[in-house]
Design a protein around this ligand. Structure first.
Ligand code: NAI
Length: 270
């Protein structure tokens, strides 16, 4: 442990179960000396596992639907009361596509579901930033990280509408990063993570095969949730204080590799 987040206060969204990337971030943030509140959609609370994480990390849980500005306002007000001051870091780890859940092909996307996906998975970041700015809830130099996927840059057919939604999420991080950076030196970055075996990840059709493919391409192999959490911690720390408005790949080198010898050999063997 390096005490990288000693004295820092945070809000961590998206911890659903032990596989969640946010779950690992919460464990690491606790180890690194941060205090934080956990939040998730009220429906996810009813599933109950988050309580174990709260106990383990000595944190409180504030239910909030990330599509509701009212819920987000309440979240910041209560979080600051509980933690005793302004927020230093925020993790946005929220993703959901009804089109993916219902196995609807991209070209036939249902637009109500598409809008829902945008609201939950991209606009929610804008709302969380806008409310924070209005309430002046984030300290100068504070750091915001949102999780994304490379389908925002390159086509992965199975990722359907979430590809467009992640592109929007990354754009919001960039655009808001400018305004919040100018005004309060708040940093906003996205971490583009390898395929990871979580509830959101494995809900995607063909995920298992693709997971193996990505693992065979990346020179370091797929990055797991724990290493993703480590990376997020560095971004919350002061060591990265001049990094903002970036989309940062955390993928074992996958995004810079055209093809690997392993994949070539597999194809030659067929
Ligand atoms: P997860 O299923 O554990 O987490 C998704 C979270 O979003 C859940 O905790 C869920 O309750 C929450 N959520 C859904 N609707 C919400 C709402 N209306 N309000 C508040 N919270 C809501 O899965 P995972 O993989 O940890 O996902 C976290 C983030 O990482 C997502 O943005 C996902 O797209 C991203 N990501 C995941 C990858 C993967 O392969 N698992 C790869 C790259 C990025």
């Amino acid at each position: 442990m390096y005490n990288l987040l000693k004295g820092k206060r945070g809000i961590i969204t998206g911890a659903l179960d032990q596989n969640s990337i946010a779950w690992k971030v919460a464990e690491k943030a606790h180890e690194e000396g941060a205090t934080f509140v956990l939040t998730n959609a009220p429906i996810a609370m009813r599933m109950g596992e988050i309580k174990a994480l709260a106990e383990k990390t000595g944190s409180q849980i504030i239910p909030a639907d990330a599509t509701s500005v009212e819920d987000i306002e309440k979240l910041y007000v209560e979080a600051q009361e509980i933690l005793g001051g302004k927020i230093d870091f925020l993790l946005h780890s929220i993703g959901m596509s009804v089109n993916i859940r219902k196995n609807i092909p991209y070209a036939e996307s249902n637009y109500d579901y598409f809008m829902k996906g945008i609201d939950v998975s991209a606009m929610s970041l804008h709302k969380m930033l806008s409310v924070a700015k209005k309430l002046d809830a984030i300290n100068e130099g504070g750091s915001v990280v949102a999780l994304t996927y490379m389908a925002a840059q390159r086509t992965y057919p199975f990722y359907t509408d979430m590809a467009d939604i992640k592109a929007m999420l990354e754009s919001i991080a960039r655009s808001f990063g400018y305004h919040y950076g100018k005004e309060k030196k708040v940093r906003i970055n996205t971490v583009s993570q390898s395929p990871t075996k979580t509830t959101a990840g494995t809900g995607i059709k063909g995920f298992g095969d693709f997971y193996d493919f990505a693992d065979a391409i990346a020179p370091l192999g797929n990055a797991d949730a724990e290493s993703c959490a480590d990376y997020c911690i560095t971004l919350f720390s002061d060591l990265t204080r001049m990094v903002t408005m970036q989309n940062l790949f955390h993928d074992g080198g996958y995004s810079s590799t055209g093809v690997s010898s392993e994949v070539m050999e597999r194809l030659a063997g067929e």
